[in-house]
Design a protein around this ligand. Structure first.
Ligand code: R5P
Length: 284
């Protein structure tokens, strides 16, 4: 009785494996097509966003960095890369801006200044900053900014506070009527490592929402800022009306909070690179 069954199985097996094989090949090719498509879409989006950032950055540099700009504060993030690129072109290709000194706002922006061989300054010697150019994670209609999505905010705010003029450069995805419309990761807050739990509870009790410790992607545990502190991301209640100036002042006063990523009344203009290749300028 076993023999015919074995025979039968033997006959069936190649057929089944062929069917399954064809199915698997089909699934793999479909999955591969979906993956390739989503990869291409992501790449297209990145190219579009990068060109919007580049356009905003170059326009702002060309309009604001002049021979009168002796001390230029350099922000942090991916848009600022194009700012430094353009400043370096002006210095090294055009032979302009011979007296320019650049003050960084993070380890990244210091490296950018050095990589482009631009004169590096610091607030000890250059505490009067003529102009500060930086990116933002979100800009609302009153020019309140969320910053710190890339982990830099405290040094940025310090350098920005020393500047006569603060100019923001960003791609079109950063423009909002209200904070939280585009940027859903919350407001970054730099805190002393020993204080993150009480700070979290105080913010949540005062204003609702949820404040979370930012954890690293390629390291176990929390993100540590350039200043050796922790970062919290406070996801506020998007539907609630907040007075951001008051919120910023109150959170800044909580012991253990070193700085917030809310920049209120600091930016004079914001340059948004748009998807259609134009630049939109928002004034204070
Ligand atoms: O922490 C980072 C800084 O505040 C950046 O300026 C901000 O996150 C915007 O960065 P990006 O130009 O990469 O969008």
């Amino acid at each position: 009785m076993l023999k015919p069954l074995r025979l039968c199985r033997g006959l069936l097996q190649p057929h089944l494996s062929q069917v399954v094989g064809v199915r698997i090949k089909y699934l793999i090719s479909t999955q591969a097509t979906i993956l390739t498509r989503s990869f291409c879409d992501k790449m297209d989006n990145k190219i579009l966003l990068d060109s919007a950032k580049r356009l905003a950055a170059r326009t702002a540099v060309d309009q604001w960095v002049t021979e009168d700009t002796k001390v230029l504060g350099i922000g942090s993030g991916s848009t600022v890369v194009f700012v430094v690129e353009r400043v370096a072109e002006r210095v090294w290709k055009d032979g302009a801006l011979s007296e320019l000194i650049c003050v960084p706002s993070s380890f990244q922006s210091r490296q950018l200044i050095l990589d482009h061989n631009l004169p590096l300054g610091d607030l000890d010697r250059n505490y009067k900053v003529d102009l500060y150019i930086d990116g933002a994670d979100e800009v609302d209609s009153s020019m309140v900014l969320i910053k710190g999505g890339g982990g830099c905010l405290m040094q940025e705010k310090i350098v920005a506070s020393c500047a006569k003029t603060v100019i923001i450069v960003a791609d079109y995805t950063k423009q909002s009527l209200r904070l939280g419309e585009q940027w859903c990761k919350g407001i970054p807050i730099e805190v002393s490592s020993m204080a993150y739990v009480p700070v979290k509870h105080k913010i949540e009790e005062l204003y609702g929402g949820e404040a979370q410790l930012r954890t690293a992607l390629n390291k176990a545990g929390p993100i540590v800022t350039d200043n050796g502190n922790f970062l919290m991301d406070w996801r506020f209640v998007a539907q609630r009306e907040y007075d951001w100036d008051e919120v910023n002042r109150t959170i800044s006063m909580i012991p253990g909070v070193l700085e917030t990523g809310l920049f209120v009344n600091m930016a004079a203009k914001c340059y948004f690179g748009m998807a259609n290749g134009t630049v939109k300028v928002q004034n204070k």
